[in-house]
Design a binder for this molecule. Structure first.
Ligand SMILES: Cc1ncc(COP(=O)(O)O)c(C=O)c1O
Length: 340
């Protein structure tokens, strides 16, 4: 396995962090999760909506005081190169991660050294896509003025982990989290949609959600393909119980229908027709089987259409090495951890 670390492609067993690393102690990292989908007929792995994921990553970086020496185009190119170098002609997951790398004691965000890594692994389903049994979590979603959910901050995933573990230990498949005020927010790592009185609704961005790329994809597909406008609004807990259909969306979860909330069947208690239709559409779109959505699919092995992307890996290394704090840190890591 080859990983990307601070401007270089390295064997995974040479990419290490020290036990004192700031992000390990304090959760001071931001990350993304992208999927690559293998299309047999096209003999191609397509990375789905790579630009949008990296745009969100750079927004997370702004919130968390990170400066990355890469543009969105360069990050897209690193992800393509990484999948290529790992020869992943199959469905895969890509995890870019920026982290505060200093080996110090002291909680803060400023004046620290930013490192950046990316790795990719083969991946199938993250949760079942044939009907999830869920429970409303006793853990509330982090608030924007606590740990902003709109940024994908590694430390915030402790909040998700509390909810997910509680749900699994209570015999459910997934958690639904409420905001501190008691309105529906999202799943542990998924956005949520409800079909209520024949209207598609989802919590608005101010409900402490991560604004999902899949959420946006579903809003666009529902409008363009199914003539349905999604209403973004505040949703009460008990509206969950009254919904005709509920489904989660996420890069990991894909389109995952919910068939039960707090032991109450949703609709008929089976996967609903709207969720099934969106699942079918999504499965085709992400694999590059729909010409009108090909600009969402970034080919790994073939040429990128209309690309502004500079392709040379050496250019990326140069960009990273031009970023002084990282260069200083990289040398230290190479001397202290990688080789010993
Ligand atoms: C907390 C949370 N909400 C929502 C999502 C869905 O976001 P996306 O569709 O961009 O993967 C994720 C997954 O990344 C997540 O971790």
């Amino acid at each position: 396995m080859v990983v990307f670390l601070n401007g270089e492609y390295l064997p995974a067993d040479q990419a290490h962090v020290g036990v004192m690393t700031h992000a390990l102690s304090y959760g001071t990292g931001v990350f993304e999760g992208l999927r690559g989908y293998w299309n047999d007929e096209a003999a191609e792995t397509y990375i789905f909506r790579a630009r949008e994921h990296f745009e969100r990553m750079l927004r997370s970086c702004r919130i968390m005081n990170f400066t990355l020496p890469y543009t969105v185009d360069e990050l897209v190119e690193i992800s393509r190169e990484l999948v290529r170098r790992n020869g992943l002609r199959e469905n895969c997951y890509i995890r870019p991660f920026a982290y505060k790398a200093d080996e110090i004691i002291g909680v803060k965000l400023h004046g620290l050294t930013d490192h950046f890594t990316m790795y990719t692994v083969p991946m199938g389903d993250y949760v079942s896509t044939t009907g999830l049994r869920t429970g409303v979590s006793s853990w509330r979603r982090v608030d924007d003025n606590m740990i902003p959910a709109r940024a994908k901050i590694s430390g915030a995933y402790v909040n998700s982990a509390f909810a997910k573990t509680e749900a699994l230990q209570n015999g459910f498949d997934e958690a639904i989290m409420l905001t501190a005020e008691g309105h529906v927010s999202e799943g542990s790592a998924e956005n949520i949609f409800l079909l209520l009185n024949n209207e598609l609704v989802t919590p608005s961005p101010s409900e402490n959600i991560l604004q999902g790329v899949t959420r946006d994809t579903v809003i666009q597909l529902a409008r363009r393909e199914l003539d349905r406008i999604t209403r973004e609004r505040q949703i009460d807990r008990t509206e969950l119980y009254c919904a005709d259909e509920i489904f989660f969306t996420g890069t990991g979860a894909q389109i995952a229908p919910v068939v039960e909330v707090d032991h109450r069947p949703i609709g008929t208690g089976n996967v609903g027709p709207l969720a099934a239709e969106i699942q079918r559409l999504y499965a085709d779109v992400v694999r590059g089987r729909r010409a009108e959505y090909m600009d969402w699919c970034v080919p790994v092995f073939g040429k990128v259409a209309r690309s502004k992307t500079p392709s040379a890996a050496s250019h990326l290394a140069a960009a990273h090495n031009g970023h002084k704090p990282v260069r200083a840190r990289s040398r230290h890591v190479a001397a202290g951890t990688t080789k010993e």
